[in-house]
Design a protein around this ligand. Structure first.
Ligand code: 3HC
Length: 285
């Protein structure tokens, strides 16, 4: 594997963490997946197995490759088990305090040469690195959903990230078949800085009664060849995640176009989170 990285860790087993662990395992890496909830010790491997099974069913993966990928992932509830990892990707919920706690613990337990990465969508990598004794080993490595399908990885060095750390991370993600783009540590980086205002504008169209969710999505799918209209995409990303990214963008920019529309906030407060909860702007039941 490129960059000489073979032992990797992932923290968090949500959509992104599970997808990243699966990607790593499919590339022959030795993966340790750290979870916080005891129930995730069994739920996370089951989720990854279901995803691998879909690939087998589509004939894109041999059963023995699925078994090898699953065997390559060890799930643990103890961040201390990541001590021998050469690179760790943090993928917990979009909450700065939570992520800082993870980085603070990783800083103590991880090998001093390990790269510490976050796949945050919009939080400042600099502020996450602020709790680490050697911030030169921290950078953003932002994957996209579905991790297996989307080619882009945004690499986000801070003003303090060492060049050799960014270069190793770039070689590493290139070896995973991804296309890295280096971007500055600004809220939303490039993709979410452009995408989220678009999704929020679509939500405001529905909120104001200007258009139905179906019509907005149909318009952008048929008129602009988007694979998913903006409301389907918001449901796919998760409305709680969209709201958290919007809040992070708004906290940094103070621009009204980044403020979460009240409809989005009310939906999140009601547990209407998009595809993962069965209901969002569309129904998935
Ligand atoms: N895991 C693995 N593979 C998947 C997958 C998943 N979750 N979802 C789809 N795929 C694969 C399928 O197996 C299929 O592969 P194949 O052609 O080799 O069999 C291929 O992707 C196409 O899938 P489908 O034919 O089932 O479905 P679609 O053609 O409708 O594509 C999609 C699904 C790839 C999700 C497409 O709708 C799409 O590209 N949507 C936009 C996704 C997007 O914009 N993502 C970025 C979100 S922003 C983000 O992640 C940033 C974060 O910070 C918020």
């Amino acid at each position: 594997m490129s960059a000489g990285i073979t032992r990797v860790g992932v923290v968090g087993s949500g959509t992104m963490g599970a997808g990243i662990a699966e990607l790593f395992a499919l590339h022959g890496l030795d993966v340790r997946l750290a979870v916080s909830r005891p129930s995730s010790l069994t739920a996370a491997p089951a989720r990854i197995a279901a995803s691998l099974d879909r690939r087998v069913a589509k004939g894109r993966l041999a059963p023995h490759e699925r078994d090898a990928a699953l065997a390559a992932i060890a799930v643990t509830a103890d961040l201390g088990d990541l001590a021998d990892r050469q690179l760790v990707v943090e993928a917990v919920a979009e909450d700065e305090g939570l992520k800082q706690n993870v980085f603070s613990t990783l800083d103590k337990v991880a090998d001093p040469d390990a790269i510490l990465a976050s796949t945050t969508s919009a939080l400042s990598i600099t502020r996450l690195a602020g709790v680490v004794e050697h911030p030169e080993r921290v950078l953003g490595v932002h994957f996209f959903n579905p991790v297996a399908v989307m080619e882009l990885v945004e690499l986000v060095p801070t003003l303090l990230t060492a060049d050799r750390v960014r270069e190793r991370a770039e070689a590493f993600v290139t070896g995973l078949g991804k296309k890295p783009v280096t971007v500055a540590d600004r809220s939303g980086f490039v993709v979410n800085a452009l995408l989220i205002p678009f999704l929020l504008a679509a939500i405001r169209m529905v909120e104001s009664g200007y258009s139905s969710a179906e019509a907005v999505d149909q318009a952008m799918e048929s008129g602009c060849a988007h694979p998913m209209g903006p409301l389907k995409l918001a449901d796919f990303i998760g409305l709680d995640v969209v709201a958290a990214i919007a809040e992070a963008l708004h906290a940094e920019s103070r621009q009204p176009l980044h403020a979460p529309p009240p409809l989005l906030s009310r939906m999140v407060e009601s547990g209407i989170l998009g595809r993962k909860s069965g209901r969002g702007f569309h129904s998935y039941l």
